[in-house]
Design a protein around this ligand. Structure first.
Ligand code: SPV
Ligand code: MG
Length: 577
């Protein structure tokens, strides 16, 4: 069920009366369940003059409601089952609903049926002047016995009397032509119904041409003139379907009901699809006969659900991308003139890759700290903060610019790294520590003399040997971090990604304040991120290492870019912005 097209019962109910006052020709389409109601309500064509034509309302046919339930149209479907279908239709459509009430049954039953329809927001019910239980009017072999018209009019009067609003309409349907009783009988009945509380008249016919209903309409208009009262006239052009609805409107009909076409369309497609699958022993050939799955998902509002699902899944933890500095390691290339965020990688910018990955990890609260070449950075959907002191200060000064946003915890990432969503999802978001730094242990595989000067080295506690594989899966603490760490002592490399819980953020910023008030009182610009971390470590505040050896790369040289692009060419690395 789509939640898009709902209306409160009162508003939905009064629509038909409004339409009858304001519109000359009203087109109604048959529906028999929620899906057909959505199709019937939302389909439109664009006319040559640009106007859109859609159906004005829905007809809940007894023929198709019964047939959809596998039953003949002989008043055997009990009212609660019919009400269930009507409710299903009312919940997914904002168009007025006209219900086919068959004969209405016994007058008391009809009163109760009307009361329930009105409370569902149905606009109108039409009952036919046959004797209960009726047979379907299009069925020529059945005998169609008509009710005494005064008795029938009284049933309509009783229905009208119990209605709470004056917008719930009851129409009387004349079955004289169906019963073979001709125009005189039809007009005799029309006069009685004009004098009753009925709100309008449906004249039915199963003739192949519209002649008899057109004759009726002409005589009916004269009758109305004579009696100086007019009630809208309805027809159901199922058998006489060459005539257009516009022509019928011109012949005095105000409402035209296409009474069974949606179910007949579905039935034919179902039949052909079964035959095709059985014949070809596969469903490929049936594709042309059926709707694509996506169309079906779309029409019932699946996208609305998934949009809300993904919003609900979104992690509100702020992510700060530190991208104020100049690109490192590109001295010989034009990239050195670019903002870090604009470093090109495989048809996108580094920032676009980062945002795509963060989005896939459901991280939506992102702040980008810019500095060098900040005007050239295009970062829609992201809060951008410019650090004017990017040339003289280190990245801690950028981080402090967004401090008040970070009090409940945050994720920090350098702007010059490329990372995989699983690194975030599996390691960073699951980190169970107040302060956690993602470090890479594949560092030990590299030939030490090839380690770049830009590498941020880390020493973990309790790692005496530089073994690649530990027996115990333990969390480990960082003992030292920063540029001063010697290659010999280094056990890991810092990736540039860290996570601070609410408590971790408080510990970190308290330490920043303490250092700025003491050691760095006169040299605030020299205080950097690693100094703060080392001060925390000195105070025995745990700075946790999360170890990984895959899922990221620094972007510090053309070689890094080439290596990343090579991987992207050979993998299905998702890119979604
Ligand atoms: C229906 O649609 O159920 C009708 C119209 O009553 S007809 O089938 O033509 O009688
Ligand atoms: Mg019917």
């Amino acid at each position: 069920m789509t939640l898009r097209y709902r209306l409160p019962p009162f508003e939905r109910g009064r629509q038909l009366k409004q339409l009858l006052k304001t519109k000359n020709g009203i087109r109604i389409i048959e529906v028999h369940n929620g899906l057909s109601a959505i199709v019937g309500s939302t389909t439109f064509v664009t006319e040559p003059d640009g106007a859109e034509t859609a159906f004005d309302g829905l007809w809940v046919s007894s023929l198709t409601d019964s047939a959809a339930k596998g039953h003949p149209d002989t008043e055997v479907i009990d009212p609660s089952s019919r009400l269930h279908t009507i409710q299903e239709i009312a919940q997914v459509s904002n168009k007025p609903i006209i219900v086919d009430g068959d004969t209405g049954g016994e007058a008391t039953n009809f009163e109760y049926f009307c009361a329930k329809l009105e409370s569902l927001g149905v606009s109108a019910v039409i009952i036919e002047d046959k004797k209960y239980p009726k047979r379907n009017s299009l069925e020529g072999d059945s005998s169609h016995l008509l009710e005494d018209p005064y008795f029938f009019a009284e049933k309509i009067n009783r229905g009208k009397q119990i209605c709470l609003s004056d917008h719930f309409l009851i129409f009387s349907r004349i079955e004289s032509f169906i019963a073979g009783l001709g125009l005189d009988d039809a007009l005799m009945r029309a006069e009685i119904y004009l004098d009753s509380a009925a709100d309008g008249i449906l004249i039915h016919s199963r003739a192949k041409t519209p002649a008899e209903i057109i004759n009726f309409s002409e005589a009916y208009q004269r009758l109305c003139l004579k009696k100086n009262k007019y009630k809208p006239l309805i027809c159901v052009p199922t058998k006489y379907n060459e005539i257009t609805d516009n022509e019928l409107f011109n012949h005095g009909f105000q409402v035209v009901i296409y009474a069974n076409h949606m179910l007949r369309a579905a039935h034919k497609a179902m039949n052909q699809t079964c035959l095709s699958i059985l014949k070809h022993k596969r469903s490929k050939e049936a594709d042309a006969l059926i709707s694509p799955i996506d169309d079906l998902l779309h029409i019932v509002g699946y996208e609305d659900v998934t949009a809300k699902d993904s919003k609900a899944k979104q992690n509100t933890t702020p992510v700060v991308i530190l991208a104020a500095g100049k690109p490192k390691g590109f001295a010989e290339t034009e990239i050195k003139e670019l903002a870090i965020s604009n470093i090109p990688i495989a048809n996108a910018t580094l920032l676009e890759w980062q945002l795509s990955t963060l989005k896939q990890a459901n991280l939506a609260n992102i702040t980008l700290l810019t500095g060098y070449q900040n005007e050239s950075v295009n970062a829609s959907g992201v809060e951008v903060i410019f650090n004017p002191k990017f040339q003289t200060n280190n990245f801690l000064s950028s981080l402090l610019l967004t401090r008040e946003k970070l009090n409940n915890g945050f994720i920090l990432t350098f702007g010059d790294i490329f990372f995989d969503k699983y690194l975030l999802i599996n390691y960073v978001l699951n980190a169970n520590a107040d302060i956690a730094l993602l470090v890479d242990n594949s560092f030990n595989l590299r030939i030490r003399k090839n380690i770049k000067s830009t590498t941020d080295l880390v020493v973990l506690k309790n790692i005496n040997e530089k073994t690649l594989r530990k027996l115990h899966i333990t969390s480990n603490l960082i003992d030292d971090i920063g540029n001063h760490v010697s290659l010999d002592l280094a056990t890991h490399e810092f990736t540039g990604i860290s996570r601070f819980s609410k408590n971790g953020a408080a510990l970190f910023f308290d330490m920043v304040d303490e250092l700025l008030a003491t050691e760095y009182k006169n040299s605030a610009e020299r205080l950097d991120f690693y100094t703060v971390l080392r001060a925390l470590i000195r105070k025995n505040i745990p700075v946790q290492a999360i170890e990984a050896n895959q899922g990221w790369s620094e972007v510090h040289s053309m070689t890094d870019i080439t290596a990343i692009e090579k991987v992207l060419n050979h993998s299905t690395f998702e890119f979604t912005l």
